[in-house]
Design a protein around this ligand. Sequence first.
Ligand SMILES: [Zn+2]
Length: 282
Amino acid sequence: MKFECHGHIISDGVSYRDSMARHKNGIDLSLIRNNLNLCSEHGITFYRDGGDKFMVSAAAKKLACEYGIDYRTPVYIIHKKGYYGQLYGRAYDDLKGYICLVRDAKTQGADFIKIAATGILDFDNDGRITGPSLGFDELKEMVKIANGEGFAVMAHVNGADNIKNALSAGVNSIEHGFWPDMDVIDYFLQTGAIWVPTRATVRNLIGVGRFSDKVLLRILEAQSQVLLKAYKRGVLIASGSDCGAFMVPQGKGTNDEYAILSAMGINPERGNRAVAEIFKYV
Ligand SMILES: [Zn+2]
């Protein structure tokens, strides 16, 4: 049994934009089937999607059973207007709008809610985190609303203080979690949240020439120090490659993430099972 705890079935790992464009005028089921087949060939039996804006993951959920895959999706990523996430999901203006999105996701078959709490890393700028981040009060309210609708929350988060805010607010998993500090470990342990470090998405860029290897290695090193200590202290760490992202193909990306964690001495089994247990609509 192999777990992909953070993927994007919409994309092929070559170009996210081109992949999205193929579904722009209607979902192309043959492309979804192709990616599901790749997953199945790689032995993947559990796939937690990170969502997309063209309902592709929602369509994939209906087909996944044919490929022997237990498939979970937030349908789309929810982000605040003007914040990171525009390419992948839907935006809200205020909490009223957010509630509408949570309920809409429910009608579309969401298994959980995915929130973009911060930006991504700007590899051209020393890996600095892009854009504004959601504050603790807003995150707490968002988690409360999602929980009230029966959903667990998957949160895209980078940066030590943002990780602490998201964990204090009650999210169930931290996706990426780059630029952490040692203090985040206690927050993980106190909340029981799962860390999905998605290391393949950075590691697979090394040597490609698009970004500075020095910057990429610094980002990985800063995360690995905390990650390893967190694992040793009992934090749940799950294997999610962010497959679909550039240089992270379906199937192969999942294997890469397992190999990266394994080389660090991390067994994601407990974390993976926790993801499967927590991220379902109840
Ligand atoms: Zn992702």
